[in-house]
Write a protein that binds this ligand. Structure first.
Ligand code: SAM
Length: 286
């Protein structure tokens, strides 16, 4: 971050610049102008941003700034801003700070009273909501769930208990796992898979929970690429459905082993899994 100003007409600030998530034409005119004019660009991956800049003929200096270095480098960013520089912050794709580095340096700048200027554009989050057909308000964004184990299950349970639409980012190698969990935990709700947004194989589908895993595995192409997964609101107050539990058990038992059928019925009706299992297997109560 040198002291020589590249473009003294651009006010000193941290410019938080959104870049495309697929289609390069989604880069805004303003983003392009800012990237060309700032003194340097903080980039999550300098090679990724380097390709974008070279396509546009922009030669602004790139500085690596990622999740590992953000905390350590933020004070140098502050010093450079205090010396009057204009600095852009970008991530590999989409809007910085949304499941991407940026939050810490933005918070540090605001605390120091330094200007932070948004240069908005694409985010997979807003893009997916806009084509989901699901309510945007209320909605709850959880980013990436923990990768595995009890933390994943607990976070999913907590998120599905929220009113309104629930939104996740998910990696392709975990999408079937998430689909399976939603089949069990989100019955009665709709799930929208927004895949490869703005790219050649873009796909937006609405699947009833209970059918998500089947939808994913029916065609191996469906689990390729990047995903936003949106779960529609639970229409029942308190999250439990007023169902005929005997009928529900009979229907579920046609598709699932008794213990799974009992677990799903318990989730849906709020009744005891043990009692439902007994009813299904005709085990007399103790
Ligand atoms: N900050 C970015 C934004 O605002 O979109 C998101 C970065 S996060 C590290 C990357 C995740 O965003 C992917 O794993 C996927 O869940 C989602 N994502 C990014 N691009 C996408 C696309 N083209 N289609 C669907 N989801 C996408």
């Amino acid at each position: 971050m040198s002291d020589i100003r590249k473009n003294p007409t651009l006010p000193s600030a941290l410019y938080v610049v959104a870049t495309p998530i697929g289609n390069r034409e989604d880069l805004t005119y303003r983003a392009k102008a800012v990237l060309a004019s700032v003194d340097c660009i903080l980039a999550e991956d300098t090679r990724v941003t380097g390709h974008l800049l070279s396509e546009m003929g922009i030669k602004t200096r790139l500085i690596s700034f990622n999740a590992h270095s953000e905390e350590g480098k933020s004070h140098r960013v502050i010093e450079a801003l205090e010396s009057g520089q204009a600095i852009a912050l970008v991530s590999d794709a989409g809007t910085p700070g949304i499941s991407d580095p940026g939050r810490l340096v933005v918070a540090a700048c605001l605390q120091q009273g330094l200007s932070v200027v948004p240069v908005p554009g694409v985010s997979a989050l807003a893009t997916a909501i806009s084509v989901s057909g699901l309510p945007a308000a209320p909605s709850h964004f959880f980013g990436f769930l923990p990768a595995k184990g009890g933390a994943r299950e607990q976070s999913l349970t907590d998120s599905l208990a929220m009113p309104g639409t629930v939104i996740f980012y998910e990696a392709p190698h975990r999408i079937v796992d998430l689909a399976k969990r939603l089949d069990e935990r989100a019955l009665g709700r709709v799930v929208v898979f927004a895949r490869e947004l703005t790219k050649t194989f873009e796909q937006i589908v609405c699947v009833d929970a209970g059918q998500c895993e089947r939808w994913c595995v029916e065609n191996p192409d469906r689990i390729r690429g990047e995903f936003v997964v949106l779960v529609g609101p639970n229409s029942e107050p308190g999250g439990k459905l007023d169902l005929d539990s005997d009928r529900l058990l009979r229907v579920l038992a046609r598709e699932l082993p008794p213990s799974r059928a009992a677990a799903v019925a318990a989730e849906l009706t709020g009744q005891s899994k043990r009692a439902l299992y007994r009813r299904l297997t005709d085990v007399p109560p103790e």
